[in-house]
Write a protein that binds this ligand. Sequence first.
Ligand SMILES: [Zn+2]
Length: 310
Amino acid sequence: MPFARSWLGLVAASIVGLAASPAWGQDSDETALEDQWVIGNLVFLAYHEVGHLLLDQMAQADQRNNRLLAEQSADDIATWLISPEPGEEIESSEAVAAIGGWLEMAEAGNDASVAHLPDVEIYPDAVTRASRIACLLLGSDDSEPNAFAPLEMVAALRFAVADCRETYLALDESMVELFGDSEDIGDNPVARVRVQHDPVGPALVDARAFLIESRVLQDLRDDLVEYIGLPVNVVLRGAACGRDSPGFIYNSSRQEIVACYEEVDWYLFGEPEDGATGAEQDPAAIDGLGARPRRIPPRQPPSPPNPRRQ
Ligand SMILES: [Zn+2]
């Protein structure tokens, strides 16, 4: 599954091309690129949970009755909300980063351990999720040539590219219905949104710092208040969720979106070493709507050769 890497490569090429300034050294290019990729993925996950929040608080949808549909809808809402506007730079967009993230997730889970994910059936598989985002982005542009044309190969992994425009228009219609006419809400905010970052032990302290510095939750708060303009009530909370956390979580009864530090850590540093992250379990994780199947278990170290004795 080379697509994740090649997307990263494409993004890298475009950024390096833009960054002709001598102030940008080789290393800072790469770091900035990686940070941007991580942030893009975190933003997608946060908006996925916003999808669950809107379905819950605005549409009063019963998301537990059909989790697969709820998960797909949450992805669709996220894609719609963060898809680049016409003329916006596409390569560095959060939605495109998320495509790479899901493909990378598919790659990481592409071994026997994925079969043991307890709730894998309630989510679309990671390749389908990447492919659907690509299809929706393709469908969002009706100009010639399509601004998202390089995403065609990813969209075609699971969807008929010719139908993507129709798929997008159907989503667009239902989103306009959900949001109504939400212009001119900046002066009269109706959303009640609070941000907090819980303290955490040393294993996840870098992840917490990254989440704070990247302002993912703070910017999400501002978006919800200034642009979405719906009377949602939610706490955006960074927290340790435990090793088998489902990424980010929306918990309806607690009216919380939890950004799990473990997930931030995964995007920053990859699969943790055995015992590297704490076993804390956040209460919101227990009955919340997560962003993906619970944690891909760390790979077992290969068993030592066992030469047959005579
Ligand atoms: Zn979800």
